[in-house]
Design a protein around this ligand. Sequence first.
Ligand code: 2YM
Ligand code: ZN
Length: 381
Amino acid sequence: SDMSVGTTANMKLGEFKVHKTEGNARRATLMTAHGPVQTPVFMAVGTKATVKAMTPEELKDCGTQVVLGNTYHLHLRPGEKTIKKMGGLHKFMNWHGPILTDSGGFQVFSLSNLRKMSEEGVEFRSHLDGAKYFISPEKSMEIQMDLGSDIIMAFDECLQYPATDAEIEKSMALTYRWLLRSKAAMTRKESLLFGIVQGGLSLEHRLKSLEQVTSVDLPGYALGGFSVGEPIHLMHELLPNVAPKMPAHKPRYLMGVGTPTDLIIAIDAGIDMFDCVIPTRVARNGTIYTWQGKVSIKRTEYREDDSALDPECDCYTCKNYSKAYLRHLFLSGEILGSRLNTIHNIHFYMKLMEKAREAIAEGRWAQFRDDCLTRFVKKSK
Ligand SMILES: Nc1nc(=O)c2cc3nc(NCCN4CCCCC4)[nH]c3cc2[nH]1
Ligand SMILES: [Zn+2]
């Protein structure tokens, strides 16, 4: 089990201990102000201070270690000053494990309208009510510190795909200057600041951005600018050439990724941390991940199917409900359908990471990797 790697008792805040490696894959522990994080880890996305359809107790029962919050969304509503007054994000949402917050740049570009970019920061109008806002590296740090975040992401610019070499070079230079301002604005010692490597889908620019960002001494580094509309094989091909070149004794976080297959490929390339809305979002749309591939619960074949979503799963949903019942809930648009499907998908993702951690710790990662890739290949039913 996870504790097979020994105690985390005397680890310092921000310490990242690599217990075992197999090729580029690593089994490690990151110490945060809200406890240790066993890696590889998948982090549940809780954009508006909730992982949709799940209570914190259910998240914990599914093996969730870290929950993500979003600077952009929480700044707009209810506002970080309100959350701070209520005791901070952990107390506000009753999640007392580690919280990582994204810095808002990506969300501004992908959600808001009418924005003005400058060296200073980004001016934009809220997607909720059109009100005008301005976020800079300093403002982003202030918001994340007010939230009481354990892992704070630097304020960066994330380019959409495709981007020209000139756009990539200009953007990653800005991201580097914003990283220096982010670090200078970080005054909360309990929070760990992670830098974000950009560089588009170009190996040359990725390595240049990697050199710039990792020249700044930080407790962790992320790969941004992926899963932004590029053909996914481009990311799969780039990762093994970039991830292993990130500092070996710092956590490596691949932002916004991904499917079970993406996670396995990225762990094999040396990535430690992930987040993605896929397991929660597709659950609400009736798509279920199982150890035998994907299941679309709305299919007629499940109308009188008394079996569990996944015979190899021991989650609350699989122990208590049939496919027939879950299909009925989905077709009826019942809220319980979203809840039960989400519980299963989050449990599946956390179980996948737990098995990956054990496989690396026991020196059988290659076998586990190949077994997963065979199981997950498109057999959607
Ligand atoms: N600060 C920051 N910088 C990034 O470059 C970044 C890049 C990202 N790329 C994604 N991709 C999310 C893709 N997701 C896939 C499932 C459907 C919804 C979108 N999220 C990201 C978040 C990010 N946050
Ligand atoms: Zn299940």
